[in-house]
Design a protein around this ligand. Sequence first.
Ligand SMILES: C[S@@+](CC[C@H](N)C(=O)[O-])C[C@H]1O[C@@H](n2cnc3c(N)ncnc32)[C@H](O)[C@@H]1O
Length: 246
Amino acid sequence: MAAPGAQPEGTRDEQGAATAVREMFDTIAPRYDLLNHVLSLNIDRFWWWRTARRFRTILGHPDAIILDICCGTGDMTLALLRRRPKKSRPILAADFAHQMLVRGAAKFIARGAEAVEADALHLPLASSSLDLIVSAFGFRNLANYQAGLGEFQRALKSGGEVGILDFNEPSGVMGKLYALYFRHVLPAIGAVISGVSGPYTYLPTSVHRFPPAPEMLEIMRRAGFHDVSWTPYSLGIAGLYRGVKS
Ligand SMILES: C[S@@+](CC[C@H](N)C(=O)[O-])C[C@H]1O[C@@H](n2cnc3c(N)ncnc32)[C@H](O)[C@@H]1O
């Protein structure tokens, strides 16, 4: 049975987990972009670009209604916006951490996205209203994965698609080397640059807790998605889950 969701150290229930996640991202928001690019050696830009390219057909429809949930400081939103034709509907970019969202809004509002302060588990959106929901490195942080997918199902139109980009633990020799970096080097650099140690210890722990691809695909099927798939990126360090609402 898969873990219900993220559980930062010291939290006991879903409410506590969500509050801890929100406070953590509010704390690291000023340094988030810098850390992201340093720690991923800029590969994250390629992952956002690849994810946007995967959904280029939907993005190419000016009337498509699109949500980037857990948009944070907005780099996934920007990659999605680059694929939108002129005079398209604005992309909705939502996050529950105010300090992350204001930084995202500063980047994407002028380019055609709207900032929405909202919880992924309780979207302030009508049922069957969205053509596409994308989440980059956010879904793993939800306090309840099944509930998150249930909420995505509710908000998507029939035939609408979901794309979840997130980290993965690669296997084999590559996996062992990567684990060394991810569990030891990354938290140390993260702590120095951000000035706090918690978030960058939480990162590898949360990836370890996150269901491996076969299990995650099963959770997506149980939530009602079909044609589910996982495409590994960069030797499986990250990957994109995709599914279609029946
Ligand atoms: C690692 S950041 C990713 C930000 C951005 N998508 C990117 O690719 O850089 C994760 C984001 O998910 C947001 N988040 C986590 N749980 C959330 C929830 N339940 N509702 C809304 N946002 C959430 C956090 O506030 C944070 O901004």
